[in-house]
Design a protein around this ligand. Sequence first.
Ligand SMILES: [Zn+2]
Length: 251
Amino acid sequence: MNTIHIKFHGNLGDLLTQPADENGSLNLSFNRRASIKDVIESLGIPHAEIERLLVNHKEVTFEYIAKDTDQVDVFGLTPPFDLFSPSLLRPEPLKQIRFVVDVNVGKLATFLRMSGFDTFYKNGMTDPELAEISEQEKRILLTKDCNLLKRKNVIFGHLVREVDPKKQLAEIINLFCLSDKVSPFSRCLVCNGNLVPVAKERIIHRLKPLTKKYYDSFHICPDCDKLYWQGSHREKMEKVLKSVLGACECE
Ligand SMILES: [Zn+2]
């Protein structure tokens, strides 16, 4: 029988399926050979939520085999989480910010696109498909599903805690410190395409009379042909972004 002592740091305690003491610590006994990833995930914490792992004060990888009397410290993703530097748990860092968003946080996908972030989102995707896209295209997987983030091939992911989509956007921007990477209205909300300017005379036949009369600046999505222009819709979105970025703690 192995008994290890585990302490959870950061906001991982709210995910624990077993009670911990007031310091976020607990003792766990098991009689099988198990990686530290499996041991921690059996307590409800997906590995994608872990930034750093110490065993007996030494940094280890997820593959470390837990031994009797080990003292384990588990650190959750803490803002500002650095996506661009290699670490022991993630030796290959990201080169750019891209997301894949689960259907259970679908509105967040729209807000991320609105902020200009490359965001894959599609209805009807299975968990293995989402994990695969995250791995292959090096996209940060955002979901409310703990089990999805336990899949081995998910390297970068986050369990979205907030319920309100605007607060979810703020949560993501804060966690990865993205406020200076926000590029509003550069991406199609429908299909994720990169918007390009288009001359009014080229699309004038598609405009309703009032739009034709009051607006002169237009953008088009080259992938799905949707038109974008200033107007009440855009004003509403600007208000959302302003409130989100205003509440952001990262610089
Ligand atoms: Zn489009």
